[in-house]
Design a protein around this ligand. Structure first.
Ligand SMILES: Nc1ncnc2c1ncn2[C@@H]1O[C@H](COP(=O)(O)OP(=O)(O)OP(=O)(O)O)[C@@H](O)[C@H]1O
Ligand SMILES: [Mg+2]
Length: 431
């Protein structure tokens, strides 16, 4: 009898035309509860069409690990499928660089699944100012990320610094950016500072406060007049990891990360809109133009960038992807501990949810908001019945309106995100 596979996020027409092609093996269906629980059919997730996948769960339940599984699977697709996709992973905790290495520490678990450890050729990009710190830690960096100052809007600066467009600081920034834009086409932070100092209508205290903010922004080590062209971030079939974890050490940590995520996602949207036109043109005329592939944008700690309350510099660009990303072929994989703290639009547009253990009523309610056909008690019951092991989750598929308890497969690549322990296991660290 052929082994039945469960396919998530794929409609009947695509199933008929493509079968399992372009799907990701994320884990196995769990049947039974407690000691009786056992693994059965493979669970395959469609990655060839645009989706919004929400991965949630309490601390340490396997969310970042599961995000890595989807990235791995895209990297392992057959070349002709893979080359139409690319992955951009915003690494907020600095844990995905280790995907270059084979997961030898879980070789036994992988063997049980019929898999072998394997490192993947991911490309690690690090903000310009932090390259040296990485190299000191022994992490090989593949490229430097810098942003062109002139691509930031006045509102980006205002939100990043924690001002409002209608307070004194916000009003001055708006005016100054307009001036500098008309004066120098490819301006740098120094040009902004010059313009603040030259501004006659602003009092010296406000000027000083603003100049200090922009001087601090130079220290973030991400700005250049030219910056990394966004098209360079997408290689067909490639995984690009952008490590933004170091900004935790600056006082505006999350706002700097948000600015970076916001600016890049805005550009991805523009690039893919253009690419889509070129793709249609090819279908009509047979003439091929160079474009960037479809994109999977993966974001850990997504509620920090797209919160349910308040606004960050990433809010608008991410909302654009959430609401209009399907047409240009952009998928989002949003990871969060607190679905309830994530913007309602992201929840309501999510078509696939991977929910690891969650206990807070508000978070469970948020999930029910996505799958209205299910009762709150049903979802709670499914989650409570999960085996108490890492990587156990329920998958909600809006396409088929079904829920499956699953065990996410072990990673082929090394996962650097486990909790550190004061007790060292012999053999792993002692070589
Ligand atoms: N599918 C899995 N199979 C085996 N082990 C797993 C699996 N998922 C997670 N783990 C184990 O659980 C640990 C924690 O997982 P992970 O780092 O993904 O947690 P998290 O939910 O992202 O936590 P946090 O909210 O703190 O970021 C991993 O280091 C790994 O050892
Ligand atoms: Mg995590």
């Amino acid at each position: 009898m052929p082994v039945q596979k469960i396919v998530i996020g794929r409609d009947k027409a695509d199933l008929k035309d493509f079968g399992l092609q372009g799907t990701a093996f994320i884990g196995k269906h769990v049947v039974g509860e407690g000691d009786e629980a056992h693994l059965t059919n493979a669970v395959q997730l469609d990655v060839s069409r645009p989706h919004i996948v929400l991965v949630c769960g309490k601390r340490g339940t396997g969310k970042s690990y599961s995000g890595g599984i989807v990235a791995e699977e895209i990297a392992l697709l057959p070349t002709e499928v893979r080359n139409n996709l690319s992955v951009l992973l915003f690494d907020t905790m600095g844990i995905y660089w280790s995907m270059k290495h084979a997961n030898t520490k879980e070789a036994g678990a992988l063997r049980d699944w019929g898999l072998v450890p394997k490192g993947l050729p991911i490309r690690l990009l690090v903000p310009k100012g932090y390259v040296a710190a990485y190299q000191e830690a022994g992490v090989e960096v593949d490229g430097v990320l810098s942003l062109p100052v002139a691509d930031l809007t006045a509102l980006d600066w205002i939100l990043t610094f924690g001002f409002s467009p209608i307070d004194d600081f916000g009003i001055v920034i708006e005016r100054v950016i307009k001036k500098v834009q008309s004066r120098v086409p490819r301006y740098g932070i120094e040009d902004i500072i010059y313009e603040i100092q030259a501004d006659k209508t602003t009092d010296p205290r406000t000027k000083d406060a603003l100049v200090n903010r922009f001087l601090a922004a130079i220290e973030w080590g991400i700005f250049e007049k030219a910056g990394t062209p966004v098209t360079g971030l997408f290689r067909p079939g490639g995984i690009t990891v952008i490590d933004v974890s170091h900004f935790l050490s600056v006082s505006e940590g999350w706002s700097v990360k948000s600015m970076l995520v916001g600016m890049l996602t805005r550009k991805i949207f523009q690039e893919r809109l253009m690419a889509r036109k070129a793709e249609e043109f090819e279908v009509m005329t047979g003439e091929r133009k160079k474009t960037i592939p479809m994109v999977w944008v993966m974001i850990d700690e997504a509620h920090e960038f797209l919160p349910s309350h308040g606004k960050t510099a990433a809010s608008e660009p991410l909302l654009t992807l959430v609401r209009q990303g399907r047409e240009p072929g952009i998928s989002l994989l949003l990871i969060t501990q607190r679905p309830n703290k994530l913007h309602e639009a992201a929840l309501s547009q999510a078509d696939i949810v991977v929910a690891h253990r969650l206990t807070s009523r508000a978070d469970l309610e948020a999930l029910r908001g996505i799958m209205q056909t299910y009762l709150f008690e049903d979802i709670q019951e499914y989650i409570n019945s999960l085996p108490r092991v890492k990587g156990a989750a329920i998958v909600l598929d809006d396409n088929s309106e079904r829920i499956y308890p699953i065990q996410v497969r072990p990673r082929l690549t090394w996962h650097a995100g486990g909790s550190p322990s004061a007790l060292k296991k012999k053999g792993i660290f002692d070589e």
